[in-house]
Design a protein around this ligand. Sequence first.
Ligand SMILES: Nc1ncnc2c1ncn2[C@@H]1O[C@H](COP(=O)(O)OP(=O)(O)OP(=O)(O)O)[C@@H](O)[C@H]1O
Length: 266
Amino acid sequence: MASHLSIEQVGVTFKTERGSYVALRDVDLKVAQGEYIAIIGHSGCGKSTLLNLVAGLLQVTTGAILLDDKEVSQPGPDRAVVFQNHSLLPWLTVYDNVRLAVDKVHGKTKNKAERHAWTMENLKLVGMDHAAQRHPNEISGGMKQRVGIARALAMEPKVLLLDEPFGALDALTRAQLQDKVMEIQTRLNNTVLMITHDVDEAVLLADRIVMMTNGPAATIGEVLTVDLPRPRNRLALAGNPTYIAARAGVMEFLYARHAMNKVEAA
Ligand SMILES: Nc1ncnc2c1ncn2[C@@H]1O[C@H](COP(=O)(O)OP(=O)(O)OP(=O)(O)O)[C@@H](O)[C@H]1O
């Protein structure tokens, strides 16, 4: 596998008032272009820390992160992040939220008309072109997440980083957006790193599921390949033996072998 994104022997130690806290150690992962990776693990195991390292929002203490052989040390337009709590600017319209990112990333390469067309094309991709002139407070949580995804895609990042992007949504909206993301990924072949707490979401969306051990000093415990053809249909998969086995494998990892200590979890 050609390694497009390479996480090499990464460790992170935070300085806290009570001393050093080793959040991650020896995290090793190679991701190919176009791969969809889900990262799953109990609360506090370091999933966001890992994503923030790839985003360049945090620095590794040891090891390195390479994207196309270049070390990642700061945020850049080649990595776009979508957070759980939509981070749209409330005073801008849906259109302007996306357009701002388009102007920033494509200001030198596309003219004004092209930037407008590109903004609309990405809003269309997530089915939000009809609401272009609305403000964030006039649209639902699911719609805000769709705009956040449009904004990220409009940057044409090499890697799309999703930090529980559907976590705050109701089950139906969540399913709709998962389908949308699958459809977009099939079309654009983005490399995706997605954090989730949801086993079904991980199996449905991912090519590989990275399962993390509990902290302190959390690391990758196991990586499970989801050998299911695409496009994937949630209804058809419900009785699929490969789907059921993958789901059981992740459940077993999380709730049998790496069950969270009840005191810790409280
Ligand atoms: N800036 C920081 N300073 C000190 N400790 C931190 C810092 N950021 C994170 N941690 C600690 O590192 C560990 C990993 O945190 P992280 O947010 O990455 O976990 P997570 O797996 O994303 O959790 P959740 O699923 O609850 O979002 C936690 O124990 C957290 O308290």
